[in-house]
Design a binder for this molecule. Structure first.
Ligand SMILES: NC(=O)C1=CN([C@@H]2O[C@H](COP(=O)(O)OP(=O)(O)OC[C@H]3O[C@@H](n4cnc5c(N)ncnc54)[C@H](O)[C@@H]3O)[C@@H](O)[C@H]2O)C=CC1
Ligand SMILES: O=C(O)C(=O)[C@H](O)COP(=O)(O)O
Length: 374
């Protein structure tokens, strides 16, 4: 079997080499003629799997994407051609949750905000939105969820309309990019939505760049009442509207989901789907694929306040590292992909083992690994 794989999929050799011959290619540059002999194609979000790419792929029978998002894949076309498809739902939801909380702690410090009691509107209450909501609640934030598709489908959680969620102190977007239908998300944050926001509000986009109208946003940022923006994703990546970057509080190159665990989980979920498609049992375990965490064990002596939480969280991952790398390293579109390809290793909070006494349950709710105090 010939398998074409995006070169940025960790642990792919180990998981897929038993199935056949692997060819690793830069995802954004995979060409139709390179699929002439391919039986399976494993991609990430930067490969558009469409009519053009599949025009010379007579043998292709399986496409996997090691991502949550699927807007880069023409799934109707795959179904029509009898090509199986699998993505990796939820694979990097923890990573996105941790990115958003790190960003909130940075902005809280910068603007002297106390997160407990502040309101957070989560737009899209699926895997990543829920991961953000759970962590924000553990910090004492008042969370409201906006998800019309789930509300209409009878999800028992309480939901608010978009207009209500937009009034929150922090509004964080976690929707898929869709262009059609009653719930289309393209330019969900447009000029009209921007007009109701005030300059004290924090807006976070860690889903897809095109969900925000970046030109309208730039106009707002150049006005006397700019917003506090955290942007991980951008319209037209990697050729983004560079003028916007200096008008953000935090700017990163689409790495919210790039914890090592999140990326390895993405490959692993595609491997599981591939095994199922082949009618084979999964023979490799997930945990041994991860290196041991570089952290020792820490003892927490008291119920943590916001400052101690920030220090613990930023011991493992501080979004300012990625913001600095982006601001200094991004000048042209090729830099966007270079920064992503050479992303420094980042672990999830669970990799920091804490011993804590009673009263520190909040640490477990945030996702740290807790052992009882000796
Ligand atoms: N920046 C990054 O590195 C990452 C970005 N993403 C992006 O985030 C998106 C969301 O991820 P998940 O939460 O895991 O997906 P999910 O499918 O679990 O949840 C998405 C939720 O959005 C809701 N939704 C759809 N249209 C909506 C609308 N108009 N208004 C409000 N809610 C709406 C859906 O009902 C669903 O509950 C992905 O599709 C992907 O594009 C995902 C992972 C990492
Ligand atoms: O999972 C998703 O959806 C994402 O946005 C990925 O984290 C993006 O990573 P790449 O596939 O672009 O490497």
């Amino acid at each position: 079997m010939n398998i074409i794989i995006d070169e940025n999929m960790p642990v792919a050799e180990c998981l897929f080499s038993p199935f056949g011959h692997l060819t690793r290619l830069p995802g954004r540059q995979i060409q139709a003629d390179q699929l002439a002999e391919a039986d399976a194609l494993l991609v990430r979000s930067v490969t558009r799997v469409d009519e053009r790419l599949l025009s010379q792929a007579p043998r292709l029978k399986f496409v996997g994407s090691a991502t949550i998002g699927t807007d880069h894949v023409d799934q109707a076309l795959l179904a029509q051609r009898g090509i199986a498809f699998a993505n990796a739902p939820g694979c990097n939801k923890i990573s996105v949750g941790e990115y958003v909380i790190s960003a909130l702690l940075v902005l809280a410090e910068r603007h002297q905000l106390h997160l407990a009691g502040m309101t957070l509107g989560v737009i899209g209450a699926g895997n990543t939105g829920t991961a953000v909501a759970e962590r924000a609640r553990a910090l004492g934030m008042q969370v409201c969820l906006c998800d019309p598709p789930l509300a209409d489908a009878g999800d028992p959680r309480e939901f608010v309309p978009y207009e209500v969620a937009l009034c929150s102190d922090v509004v964080s977007f976690h929707v898929p990019l869709t262009h059609e239908g009653p719930y289309a998300t393209w330019h969900l944050l447009d000029e009209a939505a921007l007009a109701v926001l005030d300059g004290e509000q924090i807006l976070i986009n860690a889903c897809r760049g095109d969900v925000w109208d970046n030109r309208a946003l730039l106009a707002r940022q150049l006005s006397p009442d700019p917003l506090r923006l955290v942007m991980d994703v951008w319209e037209h990546e990697p050729a983004l509207l560079t003028e916007l970057v200096p008008h953000t509080e935090l700017a990163t190159p689409h790495i919210a989901g790039y914890s090592l665990e999140g990326k390895v989980r993405g490959t692993y979920q595609v491997y599981e789907a591939f095994c199922a498609w082949q009618g084979l049992a999964v023979s490799q375990a997930f945990t041994p694929l991860l290196p041991p965490p570089a952290f020792g064990q820490l003892a927490v002596q008291q119920a943590p306040d916001q400052d101690l939480l920030k220090r613990l969280i930023h011991l493992v991952y501080d979004v300012r590292r990625d913001d600095a790398l982006f601001r200094h390293g991004f000048a042209e579109p090729a830099d966007f992909d270079r920064l992503r390809k050479h992303y420094p290793e980042r672990r999830e909070w669970s990799s920091l083992r804490l011993t804590a006494q009673a009263g520190c349950e909040q640490l477990a709710a945030l996702g740290f690994t807790l052992a009882a105090h000796p």
